[in-house]
Design a binder for this molecule. Structure first.
Ligand code: SF4
Length: 373
């Protein structure tokens, strides 16, 4: 039996665009996005929500601009946040122009939906004048009538054709700074559409399984759909759509990328499911530990294992590990090696202390290496 190399993901070669300060496509890291669900006109609430998403690590945030007051609010929102803002525009070309003028880094707009050629020209000109990129967002649930008539139902071919039709309009206006999404709530449909689009063009692709559902089922669907695509090298930026708070979408997005070794951020906790052999309460320990480690952005792997059956083996691959050993004793592993015993003390407090120190050491090493360059 021969096993092929199985860890390397060869990313599709896409052209690179910019969403404000963030590069998307090419060899840029795969970025994580979310979308606010506050009223955009409520500037304070929207800024607070974006800042919570920033704390969770988001790279790009999308904000709806359904009316003139919302596109005007961008002028006050953008200066108060660090990440680039994508303005979500549906049909009205004036909202797109206002959003570009008011600081949006990217316009989510389908040029085929905004009317006459002169309106498209005006939007493209505004994007060029203000350094905005665009996202063409095709959705299986809102395909053009003529494509539904041609294909009979939403299908991958119709979605790819729609995306390429919109792309051609921008290309005809000498505009190439855009990415494309072809979302569907059906995992099979979304995956097939993205695969077709990946073959048909070299634009960066924004992945999403739309209306994926509540937190648990949405996470599962997104992980299957996006995981399949990312594993085959497709996808330059992702948004996990959940009926949950935006920062949860960000956390799930990072977890998907971390699982595929495509992005590293924060502490990756490896823990056992626990069973009758556990020597301490693994589930509650991990729960509290994850909450207390949420502020750490330094990539690190930690293992929390209930007993010696799998503890030493898992700890060998981690930066810091702990294994239950009986009689209130735990073995602590550092860099894969048994380091010291912990007896009758709080596992969580001890681990948090060790992990925070390790994170500070890694950050200091990285800063020293950067200064030496
Ligand atoms: S590592 Fe030990 S406690 Fe955890 S599931 Fe396996 S046997 Fe049970």
């Amino acid at each position: 039996m021969s096993i092929r190399p199985y860890r390397d993901i060869q990313r599709r070669r896409s052209r690179q665009i910019r969403v404000g300060s963030v590069a998307v496509g090419g060899d840029a890291p795969i970025t994580v996005q979310t979308m606010t669900n506050t009223l955009t006109t409520d500037v304070a609430a929207t800024v607070a929500q974006i800042q919570r998403a920033e704390a969770a690590g988001v790279d790009i945030v999308r904000v709806s601009c359904p009316d003139e007051e919302s596109s005007a609010a961008l002028k006050h929102i953008v200066p108060q946040v660090s990440v680039p803002i994508v303005a979500d525009i549906h049909f009205h070309y004036k909202r797109a122009i206002e959003a570009a003028e008011n600081g949006a880094a990217c316009l989510r707009i389908n040029p085929g939906n905004i009317g006459s050629a002169s309106r498209v020209r005006d939007v493209v000109q505004a994007a060029k004048d203000h350094g905005c990129s665009m996202r063409i967002g095709v959705n299986a649930g809102s395909l053009e009538k003529h494509l539904l008539e041609k294909y009979g139902e939403p299908c991958p071919e119709a979605m790819v054709e729609s995306a390429l039709d919109h792309a051609r309009i921008l290309e005809d206006n000498d505009f190439f700074e855009f990415k494309i999404s072809v979302k569907a709530s059906d995992v099979f449909l979304a995956v097939a559409a993205y695969q077709g689009l990946a073959d048909a063009c070299d634009y960066p692709l924004h992945l999403g399984i739309t209306e994926a559902g509540a937190q648990r089922v949405g996470t599962v669907k997104s992980s299957i759909g996006m995981g399949m695509l990312l594993w085959s090298g497709i996808g330059d930026t992702i948004r996990v759509s959940l009926s949950a708070v935006p920062e949860e979408e960000v956390r799930v997005g990072f977890d998907i990328l971390k699982s595929l070794n495509l992005r590293h951020r924060g502490v990756n906790v490896i823990s056992c499911p626990s069973c009758a052999r556990q020597q301490f309460d693994v589930i509650s320990t991990v729960q509290v530990l994850e909450e207390r480690l949420a502020h750490i952005t330094t990539p690190m792997t930690v293992s929390v294992i209930g007993c010696v059956v799998n503890g030493p083996g898992e700890a060998r691959e981690t930066d810091i590990g702990i294994t239950g050993g009986g009689n209130g004793t735990h073995m602590v592993y550092i860099a894969g090696q048994p380091d010291h015993r912990l007896k009758n003390a709080s596992v969580v407090d001890h681990m948090v202390e060790l992990i925070e120190k390790k994170a500070a050491d890694i950050e200091a090493e990285m800063a020293a290496a950067a200064a030496a360059e």
